[in-house]
Write a protein that binds this ligand. Structure first.
Ligand SMILES: [Zn+2]
Length: 407
């Protein structure tokens, strides 16, 4: 017998309309929302009280690495230990309301995806890139290692030239990639390049995009400086990751092509904290962080004014100040710096769902969608911090977390 559950909460957010509904309930049968409206009946009623019901959250740029300390980035413990920690992070993410995530580089996520699908562990639905493609000396090359050793890493494919790039796309797909992650600029955390260095030629990126799209995979590009952003956007990548230094030309091109912007905006908070307090980061990195953090707010607001679709990605990977479970820091940081709350909430839900081609199935609260639902204490339209106060989580109709009952 199929049981229907009616969820009752003080407020239900209509994400597309941008309005808060009161006096409506949400009926769930199996894994689906079957009805949204007043006075619904069901076999079971869950009264969530003075809370707001939201669609399940997305984090479309994170890394499930199991790394716990900044020094481990260079000298990590055994992969078994990392994998178990990353599995724990999956449970933590789900309990924090993140029902779907996209891992933007790392092989562990490919396996976590399998473990979640077979029911061994609980966690968000995972879309995984697997290994990251970059040019020799690029952002995903490990500059502290001898070149031959860096090339043995399973976490990246260091390839140059259009045909090698095509072969790398095929290799990533062979490993199980749901999408392809590339780097078209240097980065803040890679020693021997700079965020403003443009990486890969147009010819190389066009080859990657053509190959990936032919295989039904989207392409996400780590791109921070304007030149590398433009190479990526013009070659047809589907999302720009970071985009710290956007200008008018970048946003115009992105708007024309419908490129999604994943600003990983809360990194600004991390940068601010680690340039003022010593967290053991090397000096070269602190200098690059300082440059990026002053540009990030302007880029976010410019993208918003231009009407570019923004999605939330924390770029968290498990270390202090970037721990999984705190991923709502991302929409909260966006609002703190001037993005309207409804836009941050759209980024957290429907926009991210669209990036993953899941918008027919989730990202909003409507009949016919998966029952991915989160209830938070308070009203996030007036107090975005409410996103940290998660009291209830349901993923595809399965209750994950329920509020403590009043005595
Ligand atoms: Zn990242």
């Amino acid at each position: 017998m199929t049981v229907t559950t009616v969820l009752r909460a003080a407020r239900v957010l209509d994400v597309p309309a941008g309005t808060m509904l009161t006096g409506v309930e949400v009926k769930v049968r199996d894994d689906m929302i079957v009805e949204v409206g007043p006075d619904l009946t069901g076999d079971l009623v869950v009264d969530l009280g003075d809370r707001t019901l939201l669609p399940g959250f997305f984090d479309v740029h994170l890394h499930l690495t199991g790394v716990r300390a900044h020094a481990e980035e260079i000298r990590a413990p055994e992969t078994d230990i990392l994998a178990v920690r990353a599995a724990r992070d999956c449970e933590t993410l789900l309990a924090a309301g993140f029902t779907t995530v996209r891992d933007c580089g790392g092989v562990t996520a490919l396996h976590l995806r399998t473990l979640i699908a077979e029911g061994t562990i609980r966690g968000p639905r995972i879309f995984a890139a697997g290994p990251v493609l970059c040019q020799t000396g690029g952002h995903a090359d490990q500059h502290h290692l001898p070149p031959a050793e860096a090339r043995r890493s399973r976490e990246s494919l260091i390839v140059d030239g259009p045909w090698a790039c095509r072969a790398a796309v095929r290799e990533a797909v062979r490993m199980g990639a749901d999408f392809i992650k590339i780097c078209t600029t240097g980065g803040v955390s890679s020693e021997r390049d700079h965020p403003k260095d443009a990486h890969y030629t147009a010819e190389e990126v066009e080859a990657i995009v053509d190959e990936a799209h032919r295989l039904g995979r989207k392409v996400a590009s780590h791109a921070q400086g304007r030149n590398g952003v433009l190479t990526a956007v013009r070659a047809g990548v589907d999302s720009i990751e970071h985009g710290y230094f956007l200008d008018e030309e970048c946003v115009t091109e992105m708007a024309t092509r419908g490129t999604v912007y994943v600003p990983t905006f809360d990194l600004k908070t991390f940068f601010e904290r680690t340039v003022t307090t010593d967290h053991g980061l090397p000096e070269w990195r602190v200098i690059k962080q300082r440059e990026a953090m002053t540009a990030m707010r302007e880029s976010l607001l410019l993208a918003h004014r231009t009407g570019i679709q923004i999605a939330t990605g924390s770029d968290y990977y498990g270390v202090p100040l970037r721990a999984h479970g705190n991923n709502a820091d991302e929409p909260i940081a966006m609002v703190r710096d001037g993005l309207p709350p409804i836009e941050a909430l759209r980024a957290l839900t429907v926009n991210s769902a669209r990036l993953l081609d899941l918008d027919d199935l989730t990202g909003t609260i409507a009949a016919g969608k998966w029952a991915d639902l989160v209830a938070v204490d308070g009203d996030p339209l007036t107090d975005i911090e409410a996103l940290r106060r998660v009291a209830f989580v349901m993923q595809a109709g399965i209750p994950i977390r329920e509020p403590a009952r009043a005595a």
